[in-house]
Design a protein around this ligand. Structure first.
Ligand code: MG
Length: 163
């Protein structure tokens, strides 16, 4: 395989009452949370899909099926740790990644740096290689109506020098 690979990921989860809101591995105080088999961390799921996609390793549903009780309520940081280990096992090192969260509310700005550091720690990379951005969709569509939150991610991987 070539020295540089690119991957992209996208995910959506529904917002419901009675669930905690976890995004980029950080608990965000909010009146609703995301519904899912795991902790429903939509941004980590998009990032995992980007990392897997870069090496054509399938998607997060293939690696962690939601029919498996093992993953019920699981902290998505564990999934990201597993995916990053897999990437390194295949001889690649994460380059930079860039995540966009689409949500009408809450405001993510106060949490962005914590999110970047959290993801960097899980992946074993420097925080300046991890970008997290948030945008609204101007009250349009399902994110605008606060029915759900979506996230997009892109990443680069570099082939490691042979030891
Ligand atoms: Mg998901």
């Amino acid at each position: 395989m070539k020295d540089i690979r690119i991957g992209q990921g996208f995910d959506v989860h529904r917002l419901v009452e009675g669930r905690e809101l976890w995004i980029c591995g950080v608990r965000i105080p909010h009146s609703t949370g995301l519904l899912g088999h795991s902790d429903a961390d939509v941004a980590i799921h998009a990032l995992c899909d980007a990392l897997l996609g870069a090496l054509a390793l399938g998607d997060i549903g293939k690696h962690f099926p939601d029919s498996d009780p093992l993953y019920k309520g699981i902290d998505s940081k564990l999934l990201l740790r597993h995916v990053t280990a897999l990437i390194r096992e295949k001889g690649y090192e994460p380059g930079n990644c860039d995540i966009t969260i689409c949500a009408e509310r809450p405001k993510f700005r106060p949490h962005i740096d914590t999110m970047r550091q959290t993801l960097a720690d899980v992946m074993g990379v420097e925080a300046d290689t991890v970008s997290v951005k948030a945008t609204t969709t101007e009250k349009l569509g399902y994110t605008g109506r606060e029915e759900g939150i979506s996230a997009l991610a892109v990443c680069l991987l570099f082939k490691k020098d042979p030891a």
